[in-house]
Write a protein that binds this ligand. Sequence first.
Ligand code: GLN
Length: 472
Amino acid sequence: MEYTDLSVRELQQGYRAKDFSVSEVVRAYLDKIEKENPTLNAYLEVFDGAFEYAKEADALFLEKGDRAPSLTGIPVAVKDNILIKGRIASSASKMLENHVAPYDATVIKKLREENALCIGRTNMDEFAMGSSTEHSAFGPTRNPHDPERVPGGSSGGSASAVAGKMAPVALGSETCGSIRQPASLCGLVGFKPTYGAVSRSGLIAMGSSLDQIGPLSRTVNDAELVFNIIRGYDELDATSLPAYEPVSAKNKRIGVPRAFIKDASPEVQQLFEGNLKKLEKEGYEIVDIEFPSAPYALAAYYIVMPAEVSTNLARLDGVRYGHHAPGEDLLDEYKKSRMEGFGKETRRRIILGTHILSSGYYDAYYARATALRGALAKDLEKAFESVSYIATPTTPNVAFKLGEKADPLSMYLEDVFAAPANLTGIPAISVSAGTIATDGKDLPIGIQFMSPKRSDKSLFDVARTLLGETNT
Ligand code: GLN
């Protein structure tokens, strides 16, 4: 057993039992990163100061013992779109390559209050647009289960860091599956909280009505532990939920929208069914449900998100923030700065979003996508009258090879099962459903559970049951 195999809970217990020191664990992680990161490219930067932190943490345990803050000695990898004061936060874009964060994101403040070690910033698709981490301006990240394949995206660096044992836990963010999909492809737990449960203050915005920060971890207990630390009302986020307490499920009934999941590969469907059987043995009841609007969710997402991202990225004009290219006049400067600063996928979505929001097309696209969000919420409300959970595969396929999904549409389709949760703000979790032998490698695949708004806690319960974890 190596230190880097331990979960957050095991590290916490080990420090308190004096089985090992923070300095030993931090050393093990830095060695592992030095060995694996040149291939996997999970981290864009590993922060200096880890050894000094470790010494202080060890001293703190000597002084305070069990009363040391709960995350003392726990390294956390942080997606590069979450601000850490004094550190670069680039969203994996050339546009923000040298952008130093002027303040801490609320989630970082909360991690610091528990004395966590933010060990480094992880690679991602530029501005969180993508499902493979190939759209980073700083090279792709690779999947530890098969380096020829993508880790998923956009939080692919965070997923690769945790699956590659370069961090016990990481923060990711998702707008449409960017935590769950990489968790699925890397064999991890990925949790997308109820919209508003975790503050977005200090998260570089992509689609503001969809974005949410959440954990990627190797155990359900670790995901819940980190979620409980980072959640909470925040006056710095206008969409933060006041008086939020996660509630449990009202029954053990799981709904399966059969018509919606038929697009998953046969192997994925087979594993999915096997997992449902396991849950049946544990006392869950599996029933078929209707979710008629679900197949349209992805199309609506690809209207809402570009509209919002084109607005959010308008501030990056090379004058106030970001990459600056000199031009003949102001308009020329804007054009050159944005052309040089943004990658291809980002420019594609800005153009799409601007078109969608233009006066001639707004009603045809944006208004209809907004109406569809309403239809999804209605369908869910109806379904959740009888069931406490909805289960689907997390992704229709296992990890694809780098470069395999060069046409954008085929990549977008990988998010088909993720979209309903983000568009309606409900929580969702992905846990490993097992592996599928592909080209001589065992590739992981996830199963996802969704539940009504604010019932985040129930997702950890069902996920724990499936993985055979106990909550002690
Ligand atoms: N993969 C999706 C996209 O490309 C979702 C990204 C995300 O959740 N941040 O937009």
